[in-house]
Every structure is written in C-alpha cells, then in structure tokens.
Write a protein that binds this ligand. Structure first.
Ligand code: GSY
Length: 169
C-alpha cells in the first residue's frame, strides 16, 4: 500500500460543496481511501492574485495505485466536477494536486513529486502540518514546519473537521 498527500482547493461557486464532492469521489474510488483530512481554510490567492479567495484542505490517502494513475484519478475528478483549464493559476471549481507520494521523487513531464511549489505555499503547508506535523522533505529530511517563506500569506481557519465520514455526508 502507498501513502499520498493531496491538496484540494476551490474558488468558484459553492466552494465547500466542491471540496466535499472531490473528497467523496476519491474516497469512493475502489483503490483509494481517504485516511485523514485537515480543517477547511479560507486562503488568499497565491500566484495570480486578482481572483477570489480559495477554500483549501489537505487529505492523506492510502492507495494501491501508482502516482501516475493517482494523478489520472485526480484529473478525472476535476473534469467530472466541471473544471475547465483556462487561465494558468486562474480561478477553478476544484483543483487536486499530489504533494507527496510515499518518499518518492518523481520528475516526469506531467508530474513532479514532491510538489515543486508546496514549500512556499501557506495554503498547502498549514493544512498539511495540521494532519502531519512531523512531515519531512523526502530528499533533504528537512521539516516542512521550518519553512519561513509563507508568513505573509493569509490562511484563516474556516471550519474544523472532525473526520472524513462526517465531512462527506
Ligand atoms: O495550485 C492550486 C490552485 N491555487 C491556489 C489555491 O488552491 N489556493 C490559494 N490560496 N491560491 C492558489 N493559487 C493557485 S494556482
């Protein structure tokens, strides 16, 4: 079995509903189960800043499929939930990014793991550290909790979540 962390964000329409739909879709996949999830955070957009605030979560999954197939599953869920890729880093109904997959380093054209920008994104690190406070970079062994680059990014706790099942009901 493999373990992966996935970041999920939404900044269009019923944002909370989109997060729930994405978690439900992953959890109902035969070869994926969602083990734990962070609280829901309301976060200022990073990158292209002239867009609405996001809701973000991070989940931990256990899966029998490899990272490339997990990416395909994530992209299918984005597609099913109506994501249309227009502006790079622009608004999106739902976005699923694989952050970490076991302790693997992957450098393929369509997939880089660990996610290359995760260490500079508070909307990733704060929810990730909520569910995995001891998590380290697979190569450097450096704790993600030591990243200082994110202090000026707004991340507000929106909703405490007590469990995956409760969240997707
Ligand atoms: O990479 C994920 C999409 N995204 C986000 C996001 O999910 N949250 C915030 N706060 N900013 C973002 N910029 C991008 S692109």
């Amino acid at each position: 079995m493999n373990s992966a962390f996935i970041s999920i964000g939404s900044n269009i329409g019923e944002r909370l509903l989109h997060l729930k739909d994405a978690v439900r879709a992953l959890h109902s996949h035969n070869e994926v189960s969602v083990l734990s999830m962070s609280s829901v955070y309301e976060t200022a957009p990073v990158g292209y800043t002239d867009q609405a605030d996001f809701l973000n979560i991070v989940i931990e999954v256990r899966t029998s499929i490899d990272a490339y197939n997990l990416l395909t599953v994530c992209q299918e869920i984005e597609h099913e939930l109506g994501r249309v890729r227009t502006v790079r880093w622009g608004p999106r109904i739902v976005d699923l990014d694989i952050l970490l997959y076991n302790n693997d380093n992957i450098n393929a054209e369509n997939l880089i793991v660990p996610h290359p920008r995760m260490h500079e994104r508070a909307f990733v690190l704060i929810p990730l550290l909520e569910i995995a406070p001891e998590i380290v970079h697979p190569d450097t062994g450096r704790f993600y909790s030591e990243e200082a680059a994110v202090h000026d990014q707004s991340v507000l706790l929106k909703q405490k979540v007590s469990g995956v099942e409760e969240f997707i009901q």
